[in-house]
Design a protein around this ligand. Structure first.
Ligand code: EPZ
Length: 423
């Protein structure tokens, strides 16, 4: 297992390109199961989560070629069963369920277990697919979905106790593309990744309207065809580098971003005293560290609210921002594992009941720390950039799940980081 050693104190400068979105790529890759024709997906980030998805599709019989961000997939002659050994490694594998059911009338997918960011049920996915006419059974740790006579359009409300569900919306939307009649999803997730999936499906011949709002309408069609699609920029990777630039930068430019998708993150960084300037077309921005900083209060919320996937990284930034910040995660109230590690580096944080109260300290100090999940590990890297001394971050495989070449991008900006074997 690799470790990342971050020698604190370097100033970040220069420009990098933001990769394609991991969380848009995963359902889009799964969506290729809806057609027997070849699909070409561009800007798929080279991270282990997209590799798992590609492996799952291959194991199910898809023909997959991958080279420098472009994945060509033909899902002809596929099986209805997603292999447990691969599925268990990544919760997002659950999004093969909807397309398999729609295409083959049957899907066998193992039930995802709990995960470190909290309980992650799939009841809403199943409720939606049942409403479309699927029979749901559980056997040997698997979910078995069948729709012998095909799926039928229905009105479905996908609201859960923590708001809408992103992958649940994706699953039901994909299943409904080939259902008979019209489906209306109420309380749908409006995240840009859902819109990217809808754009991909519409290009394949689906009839989806309203993606990006809380009401999505899908008119079922008989079949879908192969397409080429380019994935949207990764707003969470962009936000993470915005936070890095705010912490340790002196003019960092991020290219291939989408200003619209970054509104809530930009607002939080600006409110804490930093400057974020976009170019006219909104696809590039430059971040300057501010001179008059202050703590902020943040509450995570479904899009267009502040994303839970940027909660840990902002906590790291606020750990050394003067004043008191209060950060509440309403979507995953247990997603505060990074705080214990940040405290080991000298941060003053109290976590209680889904809320972190952060009292900004002047500087953190290096300590051996352990990554617990993807965004928590990004938070530790950020904290280490300005910490006194060299921080060794172990269990780096967490960060490799979702950040494409993060060490190379940091090196390009002038950070002093090295990946070492072991740890
Ligand atoms: C997606 O997960 C993202 N993953 C997550 O990003 C992200 O944190 C999350 O959305 C919230 O924005 C991908 O896109 C691959 P949800 P998803 O269903 O869809 C509850 C990252 O760091 N819920 O929108 O699985 C759930 O417990 C990852 O890149 C139910 O109650 O999340 C949570 O409280 C981690 N029943 C809330 O809904 C269900 O059936 C939102 O979860 C499903 C979810």
């Amino acid at each position: 297992m690799d470790q990342l050693i971050v020698h604190g104190g370097a100033t970040l400068r220069g420009a990098i390109n933001i990769s394609g979105s991991k969380n848009a790529s995963l359902p889009i890759l799964a969506g290729t199961l809806l057609t027997a024709e070849p699909c070409i997906i561009r800007r798929v980030p080279d991270v282990s989560d997209t590799n798992y998805m590609v492996q799952i599709l291959s194991a199910m019989g898809a023909d997959v070629e991958r080279s420098s961000g472009t994945v060509r997939i033909t899902c002809d002659g596929i099986s209805d069963t997603a292999p447990y050994e691969l599925v268990r490694r990544m919760r997002a594998s659950i999004c093969v369920m909807g397309p398999l059911l729609a295409r083959l009338g049957r899907a066998v997918v193992s039930l995802p277990g709990g995960c470190v960011i909290g309980d992650r049920p799939v009841d809403l996915h199943l409720r939606g697919l049942e409403a479309l006419g699927a029979k749901v059974e559980f056997e040997g740790g698997n979910i078995i979905l069948t729709a012998e006579h095909g799926l039928r359009g229905a009105e479905i409300d996908l609201r859960g106790t923590h708001g809408p569900t992103v992958l649940g919306t994706d699953n039901v939307m994909m299943a409904a593309t080939l259902a008979e009649g019209t489906t209306v999803i109420e309380s749908a997730a409006a995240e840009p990744e859902v819109v990217d999936l809808a754009d991909f499906l519409n290009a394949m011949g689906a009839k989806i309207s309203g993606a990006g709002t809380s009401r999505i309408t899908i008119e079922g069609v008989k079949e879908l065809h192969g397409v080429e699609h380019t994935v949207i920029p990764d707003r969470i990777e962009a936000g993470t580098f915005m936070a890095a630039a705010a912490l340790a930068g002196d003019g960092v430019t991020l290219r291939r971003v989408n200003r619209e998708h970054l509104k809530a993150i930009t607002a939080a960084i600006v409110e804490s005293g930093h400057a974020v300037d976009f170019n006219e077309s909104g696809d590039s921005c430059t971040i300057h560290r501010g001179g008059n900083l202050k703590g902020v209060d943040l509450v995570t919320a479904p899009y267009p609210g502040y994303p839970t996937d940027m909660q840990a990284q902002m906590t790291a930034l606020l750990a050394t921002t003067p004043g008191i910040s209060v950060i509440k995660d309403t979507i995953f109230p247990q997603r505060f594992m990074h705080c214990a590690e940040l405290k080991r580096m000298g941060a003053d944080i109290k976590v209680d009941n889904g809320t972190a109260v952060v009292r900004g300290v002047e500087q953190l100090s290096a300590a051996p720390v352990m990554a617990s999940d993807l965004r928590a590990s990004a938070a530790l890297v950020l904290a280490a950039l300005t910490a006194k001394g060299s921080t060794a971050i172990s269990r780096l495989y967490h960060i490799d799940r979702g950040y494409e070449h993060i060490d190379e991008k940091l090196l390009m900006l002038g950070a002093n980081v090295e990946r070492v074997k072991g740890g």
